[in-house]
Design a binder for this molecule. Structure first.
Ligand code: DGY
Length: 425
């Protein structure tokens, strides 16, 4: 069974591999996406180490001069996706989008290095990527935390990866739609519109893109100009885990300055994260910087923070919350609490399970010693694949597949989870 799953997963990676980068799935997402690639590299590393490094190196070849790593690299033309390079107009040699995505890269390169068989070669590639990843982290703290709070804000829902989370609803209602140029969505031609964000949300996504474009994508201006500034514990949790892995890798490779600066970022971030803890919900929650208030919303962002080196009593409380959730859904982890009235089992990030988030939560909880619940999450992930194949995401109640199929990061996570549990056994 395991062998057959591994083979199917490897086949999907191969089908979506365009040589030096991998598309998330043909049709719906025909370019290179930032966090997709870094998570994909984890799966690739078990099949072909060299290819895994290349995936991340290709992404960093398109890092901006200011340090940002864009969320999409438009390596070639494809009319099947909206908004394409013409809408972003970022004026790059190879077109890219103008916003970023969760900073998984630091975690990914440390994992690739740790598990590499040819350590000398891996050290060479890690050493070349390390300053670039560190520069991206510095970019985050300089541009998305201008007041030095220790936590960074996203300025577009697409940056979080959780495009249409309930967490954004209030803040997003402040984003206007006047002046949005007419457009034709492509996503709903590839996937069931009932599984995707709504038209009203799309108009706001595009309003933000147009506004940032009018500011020439000058990152020193975008944060303050955005009516949408959200401090997401999941996004910060990923960044902080990456920062801690960069600190460890840098110290192993003798890059003392990067190690020390990363440890300082980590300490400040972990302290500041404490301000997002919500005892009633048993998880972290978002903070709306423009409205200056915490967002009382039980979504997966506050559980995903368990990927970071948070205090052990917080990891234990998140484990309790997940245990409670397991009584209300068949497959952990729902992207929104199934008991909340806003839960929507099939619509993108308003309820469905995503294997990449499962993997990151379980990974953090394994590290924190919360083995039972972490193993339960891993097993639920594999049960979903056996029930419904390699989908983009799944209904947490019925396990039905949603969104795109033959999905790269889902396949990569299966390879990763199976190999990790083999290694732990
Ligand atoms: C999309 O187009 O659905 C993406 O999530 C934006 O990156």
């Amino acid at each position: 069974m395991t062998e057959a799953l591994l083979q199917k997963a490897a086949h999907i990676l191969q089908v979506n591999d365009l040589g030096n980068y991998t598309v998330p799935t043909h049709g719906l997402y025909p370019f290179q996406w930032n966090w997709d690639s870094c998570l994909t590299a984890l799966g690739q590393s078990h099949l072909n180490e060299d290819r895994a490094w290349t995936e991340i190196e290709t992404l960093f070849d398109h890092q901006w001069d200011d340090g940002m790593v864009p969320h999409i690299v438009f390596h070639k033309e494809d009319d099947g996706y909206f908004p394409g390079p013409g809408v972003w107009a970022t004026n790059r040699p190879v077109p890219t989008s103008g916003i970023t995505q969760p900073a998984v890269a630091g975690f990914a390169i440390k994992s690739l290095y740790d598990r590499s068989k040819d350590k000398a070669k891996a050290a060479e590639r890690a050493r070349a990527l390390l300053p670039k990843v560190f520069k991206w982290h510095e970019w985050f703290y300089a541009n998305r935390d201008p007041k030095g709070s220790g936590l960074v804000a996203i300025i577009h829902p697409w940056e979080s990866g959780r495009d249409n989370s309930v967490d954004w609803d209030d803040a997003f209602s402040r984003v206007p739609t006047e002046g949005v140029a007419p457009f034709v969505r492509r996503d709903t031609q590839h996937a069931d519109p009932a599984h995707r964000p709504t038209q009203a949300q799309y108009e706001r996504y595009i309003w933000l893109v147009q506004t940032f474009r009018n500011l020439n994508w000058d990152n020193s201006k975008l944060h303050d100009a955005s009516p949408f500034q959200i401090v997401d514990p999941g996004f910060n949790g990923i960044l902080l885990r990456a920062v801690s892995e960069v600190a460890a890798l840098a110290s192993e490779l003798g890059e003392t300055k990067i190690a020390q600066a990363s440890l300082a970022q980590l300490d400040r971030g972990i302290d500041a994260l404490e301000g997002l803890w919500n005892d009633k919900l048993g998880q972290y929650t978002c903070y709306d910087r423009v409205a200056d208030r915490l967002v009382d919303s039980p979504s997966i962002g506050g559980l995903l923070a368990a990927f970071a080196p948070i205090p052990s009593h917080r990891a234990a409380a998140i484990a309790d919350t997940l245990n409670k959730q397991s009584q209300n859904c068949n497959f952990l982890v729902a992207s929104h609490d199934p008991l909340d009235p806003n839960f929507d089992a099939k619509r993108y990030w308003r309820g469905p399970v995503w294997l990449i988030v499962n993997y990151m939560i379980a990974n953090g909880l394994h590290v924190a010693g919360q083995t039972d619940i972490a193993t339960r999450i891993d097993n639920d992930s594999l049960r979903l694949i056996e029930t419904s194949g390699f989908a983009e995401y799944y209904d947490p109640i019925t396990g039905e597949p949603c969104g795109g199929d033959q999905f790269t990061w889902t396949a990569a996570m299966v390879i990763e989870i199976l190999n990790m549990s083999k290694a732990a056994a």
